[in-house]
Design a protein around this ligand. Structure first.
Ligand code: NCD
Ligand code: ZN
Length: 345
């Protein structure tokens, strides 16, 4: 049995670092484990300009303090009025790594998102031309569609025609949760990849209703039934370069989760690598962990692999019930549980 695993330093290709006090509280957890991260732009107001992204990047680095070796990769939040010239200029200047498409009202802080993808023709043509990735929250927002079907319907109604209309557009389907999404990404004759979160690998929708309503297991896209979890697991450990690590760590202060209308989002940054490694260990796929965590994403984004390594050790580490106090008190993913691996730096 392997009790100690050293891999090339990994990256997190989808994370919410927030702003203000929460940013101060959470940024270090991500920087401790990962060399780079794709930082989501769904602040209030959203990050839609090059200037806003540069300022936000500066706040992230300030929150981390001197001497921390971490690179935040910034994204542009697409609205109906997104300006292709601004996006291309931000990309050329090395500020914007990718654009993020939130269908309007699909998730936290997505009210300014895109009402109809046909509004984005100029933007999509530009992204395709300059090779800049489009990151997609892949759920339809039609309230008539069952919430558990919204990703699969998105794949059929939006993603399939999108790949047909823009054959060269580089796409990352974010935080996939269904067999349909995993199959589409694995098989499409298209430059497409997907990120996968630890929660969608480790728990299914029963966790939301386990003995009572469990707001800390609520995220979007919502957890699905067990067959989908197993399909997403198979994709993660398959060795396919189209699947890579993206935590979707999304902290909300405890009172905003434990509420009559609780926010969507699971805070998994403090023990992210340990949680993923548990999955690869359970699947007998430790030899594929490094590809998923440290190689596939960098290659898709056309970036060099990180220098340096991290080591994880088999150990019974208990996840605390709560992290932080006051306006930054958060309940981490797997609170009160033991993961089975320890991050050793
Ligand atoms: C994210 C958040 O809180 O910003 N929530 C979530 O459940 N994943 C938004 C998102 O990625 O959908
Ligand atoms: Zn997210």
């Amino acid at each position: 049995m392997t009790d100690r695993l050293t891999i090339r330093r990994p990256d997190d290709w989808h994370v919410h670092l927030r702003d203000g006090a929460m940013l101060q509280a959470v940024a270090g957890h991500t920087a401790r484990q990962f060399g780079r991260a794709i930082v989501m732009p769904n602040l209030t107001p959203p990050v839609t300009s090059v200037a806003a992204a540069e300022a936000y990047r500066g706040r992230i680095m300030a929150a981390l303090g001197e001497g921390v070796d971490f690179t935040p990769l910034m994204t542009c939040y697409l609205t109906d009025d997104a300006d292709p010239a601004e996006i291309a200029a931000g990309h050329a200047a090395g500020v914007f790594t990718a654009c993020k498409l939130y269908p309007a009202h699909a998730t936290t802080n997505s009210a300014h998102g895109v009402t109809d993808i046909r509004r984005l023709t100029g933007v999509l043509e530009t992204l395709q031309r300059i090779g800049m990735p489009l990151l997609i929250h892949g759920e339809v927002t039609d309230k008539a569609i069952d919430i558990f079907d919204r990703e699969a319907v998105f794949v059929e109604r939006v993603l399939t025609p999108l790949t047909r209309d823009y054959p060269g557009l580089r796409i990352v389907l974010e935080h996939i949760t269904t067999a349909e999404a995993a199959a589409f990404v694995a098989e499409a004759d298209h430059p497409i990849a997907a990120t996968i979160t630890p929660q969608h690998l480790l728990i299914n929708r029963n966790a939301i209703f386990d003995g009572g309503l469990r707001p800390h297991a609520y995220c979007l896209p919502v957890l699905k039934r067990e067959t989908h979890r197993l399909a997403v697991r198979r994709a993660a450990v398959s060795g396919s370069p189209r699947f890579f690590l993206g935590t979707d760590s999304a902290p909300h202060v405890v009172g905003a989760k434990e509420s009559g209308c609780g926010c969507a989002g699971i805070f998994n940054a403090p023990f992210a690598l340990e949680a993923y490694l548990r999955v690869f260990d359970e699947e007998g796929a430790l030899d594929r962990f490094e590809g998923f965590a440290s190689e596939h994403g960098a290659r898709f984004y056309g970036r060099p692999l990180n220098e340096g390594t991290v080591t994880l050790v088999r150990d019974a580490v208990a996840v605390p019930d709560r992290i932080g106090t006051g306006e930054t008190a958060v309940v981490p993913f797997m609170a009160g549980e033991t993961i089975g691996w320890r991050f050793d730096g």
